[in-house]
Design a protein around this ligand. Sequence first.
Ligand code: 13P
Ligand code: SF4
Length: 321
Amino acid sequence: DARRSELKAEIKGLLKARNAVMVAHYYTDPEIQALAEETGGCVADSLEMARFGRDAEEQTLIVAGVRFMGETAKILSPEKNVLMPTLEATCSLDLGCPADKFSAFCDQHPDHTVVVYANTSAAVKARADWVVTSSIALEIVEHLDEQGKKIIWGPDRHLGAYIAKQTGADMLMWQGECIVHDEFSAQKLKDMKALYPDAAILVHPESPASVVDMADAVGSTSQLIKASQRMDNDTFIVATDKGIFYKMQQLTPNKTFIEAPTGGNGATCKSCAHCPWMAMNGLEAIKSALTDNASDHAIHVDDALREQALVPLDRMLAFSA
Ligand code: 13P
Ligand code: SF4
């Protein structure tokens, strides 16, 4: 509508005037993904977002995603002004892994290498030897396992279980989960597959093992999008946040993408395949990040913490280069 077009035009003008660039995740609203692309920013998975933010020439980054993505950008580029549409956009994995408790868990196993998922606070990263995202976790754990390392893994137990199964690595797991992916139901997926026998099943590894086991391709958001382009199937059942459909449909408009079913054992879904925190990234909030009080939007990471968290993050980026 007219108000939305007006808002988008205003945001475009503000981005230019402030020498700012937008970095958006595939789970944000399609209009935000489109805006990021139209204005020379990027829409990406969490590893690519980190790289793009680090390499951007602009001194101001608008990170449309969740808190850990903004913190990662700030850790990698402390000299940049990193703004988020709202600082309230958290993640159940981050919430379920408080730094003091995680650190105590690590202290109990000093002979283990600590590998944490990017979906964590700066303080948890600061306690880690390695940070990983879902696109690179398998390779990094494989590498550590080849060196005979025993691993503490946190916080996503489903991603951890998938990696342990694939690599055979010795992994002690923190018991966290993503509220969105945890709701995908293997039983309902079986019923759906019976209705679409030729469909390929694409699954993000934050989903339960029973769902991952049914997948034709497992991977990060970018890897699932690539799989949807590469595979010959006409129809895909996709177990991840529904924000991803925008890019899949844009890249292959002739293919059909269906949401994987949520809510097992008669339960109704709560998040229904859309992350409530990603959904907080609206046009009004982006405009506010570019105009209103910086304290409501700017990411700050304590200097000492930042230096510690940078080590495992840099390790990941060097490994994946
Ligand atoms: P990726 O984009 O790295 O697959 O991460 C998904 C995610 O958890 C973002 O919330
Ligand atoms: Fe966290 Fe899941 Fe939301 Fe991603 S989709 S931000 S993992 S709660």
